[in-house]
Design a protein around this ligand. Structure first.
Ligand code: 5GP
Length: 144
């Protein structure tokens, strides 16, 4: 497997070198809005520990990551009153991975509404993403 490259865009977001619309952060995890959401509320959950994807991640990182994914997914579903959630994690380019730092997509799904394409749907308005993030943060607080 190709080794981890710390110049990837999510590592830059974790280091605070480029902005992101954040939903949740602690010592191990960062969650933020996807800039090209497949539906309203599309959130990415990222462990701060470096790995390309699931295949080279420490088991402890995976455990911490998926505990956070479960908690944030519930908040996303409540915040958007979604009918369902798609939870996706791609491993390597042939599978669809485009950013090579482990991350999990939380994509709200709504009856009768088709999802936009993966990383092809166009950039969302940052003001709208900020409003969506605020809704998810409020739902997280309610759950805690
Ligand atoms: P992957 O194919 O690697 O699972 O998906 C990467 C995701 O990151 C895509 O859904 C894409 O829209 C999103 N993305 C790419 N660049 C950025 C960025 O700079 N900021 C944020 N917030 N999301 C990004």
């Amino acid at each position: 497997m190709v080794s981890y490259d710390s110049a990837n865009i999510f590592a830059k977001i974790i280091r605070g070198e480029i902005p992101a619309v954040k939903v949740y952060e602690d010592d191990d995890i960062l969650a933020f809005m996807d800039v090209m959401p497949q539906s309203d509320g599309h959130t990415l959950v990222v462990p701060k520990a470096p790995s390309r994807n699931l295949l080279d991640a420490d088991p402890e990182t995976v455990t911490t990551l998926f505990a956070a994914v479960q908690r944030i997914a519930s908040a996303v579903k409540n915040a958007f009153n979604a009918d369902g959630l798609m939870i996706v994690q791609y491993n390597e380019a042939p599978a669809g991975q485009t950013v090579f730092h482990l991350h999990v997509h939380i994509v709200p799904c709504f009856e009768g509404i088709e999802l936009r394409g993966h990383a092809t749907g166009g950039f969302a308005d940052p003001d709208i993403l900020a409003k969506h993030a605020a809704r998810i943060r409020a739902a997280l607080q309610k759950d805690s």
